[in-house]
Design a protein. Structure first.
Length: 147
């Protein structure tokens, strides 16, 4: 069984003054974590440091936030995927298969749309409040419908 450490008990710690693993007395704790110790050899006070001879701590790997270059690469890949999806939907499609875009029209997902300014597009999402997301050759656009 392991003995519960409390203020006043003794532990091994790396002494910052002696530069050795030595016996220390715990002088401050924060919950169950040892914060400050007193060296029993040199009587110096310092923050607790695990002994150098102790087994290394196994730390769980945390995910790092993506770097700017990784974000740009992901955005570029997403844009290329959108472009391929648009090309596959529009390629070889007859003009009669496109619905002329008007604010008053109601659109469904995967419906082909022809816009005066943006050209041929594919409805990807029907959103709340009478809006649709349409994929055009130049990217996604948010348009209104059913007004």
């Amino acid at each position: 069984m392991s003995k519960k450490t409390t203020a006043g008990s003794e532990v091994d710690s790396w002494c910052t003054k002696c530069k050795l693993d030595l016996g220390h007395r715990i002088i401050a704790m924060e919950g169950d974590v040892i914060k400050r110790v007193e060296c029993l050899t040199c009587k110096g006070h310092h923050n607790y440091r695990r002994p150098k001879s102790a087994e290394p701590l196994v730390r769980s790997r945390t995910r790092r936030a993506p770097t700017v270059a990784q974000k740009r690469a992901a955005e570029k890949a997403a844009l290329e995927a959108q472009q391929l999806r648009w090309e596959a939907a529009v390629a070889g499609t007859a003009a009669k298969d496109f619905t002329a875009y008007r604010i008053t029209e109601a659109f469904e997902p995967e419906q082909l749309v022809r816009h005066k300014k943006f050209g041929d597009g594919l409805v990807t999402d029907v959103l709340q409040d009478g809006k649709i997301r349409v994929l055009f050759g130049e990217g996604l656009k948010l348009l209104v419908h059913c007004r």
